[in-house]
Design a protein around this ligand. Structure first.
Ligand code: UD1
Ligand code: CA
Length: 460
């Protein structure tokens, strides 16, 4: 489909969102609406993608730096969809082939549907092919008026007669056009209608009068062409996209105990027989292995979780790697390129930041391990804290294989605890501990006999 040029209309205000942000930048299923549209567009492998921007145009342009090949045109003021398309003439006026027109606010449109549209359009040799749908409630949409089998013209809700309003076949606002003669025809569109706007759907009537072929392609699943105009519709679109992702995960062998509350972004990979409990969020850039269990209230972002891992309730894992067979949580926080190896255990109220934890090591309760390099088979006692920040710089704590860190230890970085060393409970480690040594810093315990009795007497 090398002769395809895509235009995405995204200049409109989106008044009904009641938002300071451009409508097409609102997220559904974790991604801006416009990105969903662009992903479908890119799968056509078009020669170009042009976005018509206007309201919040610079914010829209700035949000799309991940797509290097886009062209932008600014439509100012916004005089309607035909006027919007006309702004692309300087870029596309001399091209030939097919122009596919999309709206930036229709996120559920599938690439397969677009491919079918282009296919139907080119094989019919049509001037225009309109993507349509039959809907239960056509309110607000342009209606497809047919003359026998053929589409005759499109009438907007506000201009429609009562009989036309009863038509339930609607215009999706998505079209394929033959670039030959397109812009001349668009220029002939007037604005003598209820909204005093230049309506792109008027092209259908114009082409038909000129004796050119206009075709339609009707989608079976109307959810696919649903536009987002309000926050309610944004939530609907998000739910629809999420359910598609969830369904394909379940088909591939992942158990979602409650798909309604599984928030898993589309590019996340999950292995077979992994169980996702209710209320879990797994964000883009994450890979989860097989045979894992992810419990409720967990959020995982840009992490790699290997096979057989258990993440207990209410953990936040960001930019981290969890080795096979590890157990994390409940209430644990892994972040900043933390890497915990196979069969490690991170228990409740433990935070790891930019820390490497070797195979079989454990931090079972209440600890902060930041900028630490910890070997294999290490035990980190409750209340251990790496004091990694001196107010200016972050410093590294190194704990070698087999070391045992007693409870309530502070390790003042930079510091190293040698292989197999022991650190006594309540120790403040300011200097390196040699391999095999015991480090203690607390003074000798003193007991004052009869102290309580004496105190009571004083008070009375
Ligand atoms: C449009 C169609 C209608 C169709 C519906 C499908 C027209 C006149 N009507 O109506 O037949 O059923 O889509 O959702 O086209 N835009 C611009 N510049 C403008 C105006 C709009 O870029 O000057 C963009 C909007 O940002 C949006 C798209 O074009 O992405 C559609 O515009 P919108 O005003 O939402 O059209 P509808 O009234 O929904
Ligand atoms: Ca509108």
């Amino acid at each position: 489909m090398s002769d395809v040029h895509v235009v995405v209309l995204a200049a409109g205000k989106g008044t009904r969102m009641k938002s300071a942000r451009a409508k097409v930048l609102h997220a559904a299923a974790g991604r801006p609406l416009l990105e969903h549209v662009l992903d479908a567009a890119e799968r056509l492998a078009p020669r170009s993608i042009t976005i018509v921007i206007g309201h919040q145009g610079e914010a829209v342009r700035g949000a799309l730096t991940a797509y290097p090949h886009l062209q932008f045109v600014v439509q100012e003021p916004q005089l309607g969809t035909a006027h919007a398309l006309l702004t692309t003439e300087p870029l596309l006026g001399r091209k030939s082939g097919t122009l596919v027109l999309l709206s930036g606010d229709v996120p559920a449109l599938r690439a397969e549907t677009l491919q079918q549209l282009v296919q139907a359009h080119t094989s019919a040799g049509a001037a225009a092919t309109v993507l349509t749908a039959h809907v239960a409630d056509p309110h607000g949409y342009g209606r497809i008026v047919r003359d026998g089998e053929k589409i005759a013209h499109i009438v907007e809700e506000k201009d429609a007669s009562p009989a036309e309003r009863a038509i339930t076949e609607i215009n999706s606002g998505i079209y394929a056009f033959d670039l030959a003669g397109l812009f001349d025809a668009v220029r002939s569109i007037g604005a003598s209608n209820a909204q005093r706007e230049y309506y792109l759907p008027d092209l259908v009537g114009i082409f038909r009068s000129a004796g050119r072929v206009v075709e339609t392609l009707t989608v079976a699943d109307t959810a696919e062409i649903q536009g987002v105009n309000s926050r309610l519709e944004l939530a609907d679109a998000g739910r629809h996209l999420r359910m598609k992702t969830n369904a394909s995960l379940m088909v591939s062998g992942v158990t979602l105990e409650d798909p309604d509350t599984a928030y898993i972004e589309a590019d996340v990979q999950i292995g077979t027989d992994t169980v996702i409990k209710p209320g879990v969020t797994i964000e883009a850039g994450s890979v989860i292995g097989a045979n894992c269990t992810i419990h409720s209230g967990v959020r995982i972002t840009r992490c790699t979780i290997h096979d057989g891992v258990t993440v207990l309730d209410h953990c936040v894992l960001t930019d981290s790697v969890v080795g096979a067979g590890a157990s994390v949580g409940p209430f644990a926080h892994l972040r900043g390129e933390t890497h915990i190896a196979e069969h490690t255990k991170i228990g409740n109220f433990v935070e790891l930041k930019k820390t490497v934890l070797g195979e079989g090591s454990k931090a079972s309760h209440l600890a902060y391990l930041g900028d630490a390099v910890i070997g294999t088979g290490v035990n980190i006692g409750a209340g251990t804290i790496t004091c990694n920040y001196d107010g200016v710089r972050k410093q590294v704590t190194t704990i070698a294989d087999g070391a045992f860190i007693g409870s309530d230890t502070q390790l003042i970085a930079p510091v190293t605890v040698g292989e197999g060393a022991y650190v006594g409970t309540g120790t403040t480690i300011r200097e390196d501990v040699p391999p095999g040594a015991l480090a203690v810093s607390a003074g000798k315990q003193r007991n004052i006999e009869g102290w309580v009795e004496k105190k009571r007497k004083k008070q009375s």
